[in-house]
Design a protein around this ligand. Structure first.
Ligand code: FAD
Ligand code: DHB
Length: 388
């Protein structure tokens, strides 16, 4: 098999890249290790920056998002006894959208299938070869156990944090930075109307809690738990009691409860791999960088990378390499801004057990909530900032 762009991974980065390339007449094949059912059911991020919404709109993917998504003008920032609204529209003139990654993925798969995109699911043993040459290729074992090979002009690794593409860049050519946090998130999806108009990010001595949502009928919650925690330690009662305490202490507010439909533990780390290109192998999204989820940057960064990479590859395949040569540096500037913001939100809101941290965090929260300069810094980064 031969194509112009071999894309490894059918997450949001890989699917959106194939879509943007097709709009410019560039052919691609998307290779995915999971089944289509798994990819479509996966529950992950929930917040889109206005810039991400613009990218999806311009790609013709925004119709359901605008019909079913919820535009939010800010967030609530809370600690025991106090809840403050940080109004992004007033502070920086921008908003964000609540629209689940699961829905973004469904829209992308529907659009790619309607256009006849070749999407190969259920593959194993994916390996990227000869990225540094003019003729890179990908090999894998297909769902029937047969060895396959795809030759391409360019290979793009969109295969997330556990995929093989990043490792196809030789260690000698790659620099990585990593921080592993000593806590994790227990994520919970429940069939209950949200008990809040906008998201609540709550600092609490027991640990961070977040009240998010997916629709007017479905709520999404996160609780700080120790790294390595088992979901089995969290009964429904324990989850609801902890959420009610961490999100409600000292404020006049009631949390509505309902059936829990999904629960899982997410480890938290910051990871950046540089450069995001090695010859004709490019990396985009989680394949190149991971942020802890506080601040909802992961999905937005994946969309940002691909919005930069697609036009760069179109020009490169037409003979102009300038944008492709600039891709890694340009993408990494936004990656580091988001990596810093996610670390800042994470360390401001998660308890460490050290009493001095609790004092420093509460002072920082009071400053962010009461100073227009502090609040504008949070708002600007949350809504998506052009990194300089
Ligand atoms: P992914 O979505 O990870 O897609 C990569 C794709 O590559 C997957 O479909 C994978 O199956 C495939 N793949 C992997 N290995 C191979 C292989 N060998 N061959 C072929 N295909 C392969 N971000 C937030 O902002 N908020 C959140 O609440 C949040 N929750 C998350 C929960 C979890 C469990 C995870 C893992 C991430 C979460 N994130 C969250 C991060 C966000 O979802 C990611 O940043 C986003 O999915 C990145 O998109 P991507 O396309 O780069 O990678
Ligand atoms: C969600 C996830 C986040 O990491 C966040 O900061 C806000 C919302 C969510 O999944 O809804």
């Amino acid at each position: 098999m031969r194509t112009q762009v071999a894309i490894v991974g059918a997450g949001p980065a890989g699917l959106l890249l194939s879509h943007l390339l097709a709009a410019e007449g560039i052919e691609s094949v998307v290779l995915e290790t999971r089944s289509q059912e798994y990819v479509l059911a996966r529950i992950r991020a929930g917040i889109l920056e206005a810039g991400s919404v613009d990218v999806l709109d311009r790609a013709g993917l925004g119709e359901r998002l605008h019909r079913e998504g919820m535009e939010h003008r800010g967030i609530h920032l809370q600690w025991p006894g106090e809840r403050h609204h940080v109004d992004f529209v007033d502070l920086v003139g921008r908003s964000v959208w609540v629209y689940g990654q699961t829905e973004v993925t469904k829209d992308l798969v529907a659009a790619r299938e309607a256009a006849g995109q070749e999407l190969v699911y259920g593959i194993a043993d994916t390996a990227v070869h000869d990225g540094e040459t003019e003729r890179p290729w990908v090999s894998w074992t297909d769902a029937d156990g047969r060895e396959q090979r795809l030759d391409a002009d360019v290979v793009v690794g969109c295969d997330g944090s556990f995929g093989p593409s990043r490792h196809a860049v030789p260690d000698s050519a790659r620099e990585t930075w990593e921080r592993v946090y000593p806590y994790a998130w227990l994520g919970v999806l429940a069939d209950v109307a949200p008990s809040t108009d906008e998201l609540i990010y709550a600092w609490h001595p027991e640990g961070f809690a977040l009240h998010s949502m997916r629709s007017h009928e479905v709520s999404r919650f996160y609780l700080q738990v120790p790294a390595g925690e088992s979901v089995d330690s969290w009964s429904d009662d324990r989850i609801w009691e902890s959420l009610a305490r961490r999100l409600g202490e000292g404020v006049d507010w009631t949390l509505a409860t309902g059936p829990i439909t999904e629960r899982s533990v997410l480890p938290m780390r910051s990871h950046v791999a540089s450069p995001m290109r090695h010859g004709r192998l490019f990396l985009a999204g989680d394949a190149a960088h991971i942020v802890p989820p506080t601040g909802a940057k992961g999905l937005n960064l994946a969309i940002r990378d691909v919005a930069l990479l697609a036009p760069a590859l179109v020009s490169m395949l037409r003979g102009d390499h300038a944008q492709a040569d600039a891709y890694s540096d340009a993408a990494l500037r936004a990656v580091w801004r988001a990596t810093h913001f996610s670390w800042w939100m994470t360390t401001m809101l998660h308890t460490s057990g050290d009493p001095i941290d609790a004092q420093l965090q509460q002072s920082q929260l009071r400053w962010v909530a009461s100073s227009p300069a502090g609040a504008a810094g949070l708002a600007e980064n949350y809504c998506g900032i052009a990194a300089s």
